[in-house]
Design a binder for this molecule. Structure first.
Ligand SMILES: Cc1ncc(COP(=O)(O)O)c(C=O)c1O
Length: 411
């Protein structure tokens, strides 16, 4: 029997068998059709079973399916790095491959920690993170999500030490945001004065905390945070696993700001949602600290499927489709759609780029909307009492419109 992720098997109904995907739609075995309004856990960019993607994947599988990525390299990985170089800030130019968002984060955490050991600052063994962050389900990722994480608290005895910073939540009509931001920066300053030289890295999801509840904060706050921790020699990791590839309206969320991290983590949309692949991209400063005749300074980390050629070929194609004017225009149109459509009964409405979210009065109210949407052929998934739209970029205006109508009718 299959054991599903994030599912209480005792109380959750059996899964729906999906036999086919096409564009924004999923087709069930019984003939029902659903709009995938959450991009199947935030991964799908260009639609399900996209024929162009399927073609390159099939071609690559017939050419070279996989090879160990230590002694060998291959064209799909090199082509992908070449392509990404045009869109990733040039200061971040060392590309380390892995398989999923959690491993991209583990790699960044381990690199940050070992960086300080390699340069002889061995007392930096504390991380800094934002309250409500979600970075994946492996132990490092859980540790920086923190003991208050709604997903990971069970394992908190096993976490490594992480200090938490509050998040000045931003939404339509929010009041006194600057005051809240000032208070949090003051609190941070106090923490840094006492233990700043023990902290190895700050990790955060830039501007949009996804899995906690699609919570936004302002670029101004992010800039202050990053500039402040840099005064204490702390490294900065931007987890763009969810925010990357135009979800926030820019290729990467970091482009909304004037600050740069030392690492960015990418996954999810990297292959357009077709295959698991991830990247941790670091600066030369980090990379150079691992170059040594001393073997102990090597980064001893790797996965069997590192830089899988089929996944890399899919990522190259996805990037090509993403950069087409018609895709960029479509992402702009979805963003505009969110801005122009109100949800009068929603609390804390917030939108950024192609993502919009709001809170219902209660979890029951959120579930009521989800169920009604499902009956009407729209697949949504709540985060507590938060509802959000996070569609593939090929979603039609008609399907967006229908979704807004249903939300407004049943909320
Ligand atoms: C910001 C962020 N980082 C990391 C992850 C973990 O990615 P994965 O589920 O591929 O391990 C997620 C997953 O939702 C995420 O949203």
């Amino acid at each position: 029997m299959i054991w599903r992720p994030f599912t209480q098997e005792k109380t959750t109904p059996p899964p729906v068998k999906i036999t086919k995907g096409e564009g924004a739609y999923l087709f069930a075995e019984n003939g029902d059709k659903y709009v995938d309004m959450i991009s199947s856990w935030f991964v799908n960019l260009h639609g399900h079973a996209n024929p162009e993607m399927a073609e390159v994947i099939s071609h690559q599988a017939r050419t070279l399916e996989h090879v160990i990525f230590t002694k060998f390299t291959h064209e799909p990985a090199e082509k992908l790095v070449e392509g990404l170089k045009h869109i990733v800030p040039p200061e971040l130019n060392r590309y380390f491959f892995s398989d999923n968002g959690s491993t991209a984060v583990e790699v960044a955490l381990k690199m940050a920690f070992q960086y300080f050991i390699n340069i002889g600052e061995e007392n930096r063994n504390v991380f800094l993170s934002l309250e409500g962050g979600y970075y994946g389900d492996t132990f490092g990722a859980m540790s920086v999500s923190g003991v208050n994480s709604k997903y990971h608290a069970t394992f908190s005895d096993l976490f490594f030490k992480t200090l938490m910073i509050d998040v000045p939540e931003y939404y339509d009509g929010v009041e006194s945001i600057e005051e809240k931001e000032n208070d949090i920066i003051d609190d941070l300053e106090k923490k840094l004065k006492s233990v700043g030289n023990r902290i190895c890295a700050l990790i955060l999801e830039p501007l949009l905390q996804g899995s906690f509840g699609m919570r936004l904060y302002r670029p101004e706050f992010l800039e202050r945070l990053v500039n402040k921790v840099k005064e204490y020699g702390i490294l900065v990791i931007f987890d763009e696993v969810l925010t990357g590839f135009f979800r926030t309206g820019k290729m990467f969320a970091l482009e909304h700001t004037n600050v740069l991290p030392d690492f960015i983590c990418l996954s999810k949309g990297l292959t357009g949602g077709f295959l698991p692949l991830a990247l941790t991209i670091a600066s030369d400063k980090i990379y150079n600290a691992f170059l040594s005749g001393d073997k102990k300074k090597t980064f001893l980390h790797g996965h069997s499927y590192t830089a899988n050629p089929i996944a890399c070929a899919a990522a190259c194609k996805s990037l090509e489709i993403l950069l087409r004017q018609e895709t960029v225009d479509r992402i702009g149109a979805i963003s505009q759609f969110h801005r122009c459509h109100s949800i009068p009964r929603a609390a804390k409405r917030r939108s950024i780029g192609a993502v919009t979210a709001f809170d219902a009065n209660s979890e029951d109210a959120a579930n009521h909307v989800i169920n009604k949407a499902w009956e009407n052929g729209i697949f949504l998934r709540p985060l507590g009492r938060t509802l959000y739209l996070f569609p593939p970029y090929c979603v039609s205006d008609e399907d967006l419109s229908r979704t807004y109508d249903i939300i407004n009718k049943f909320l």
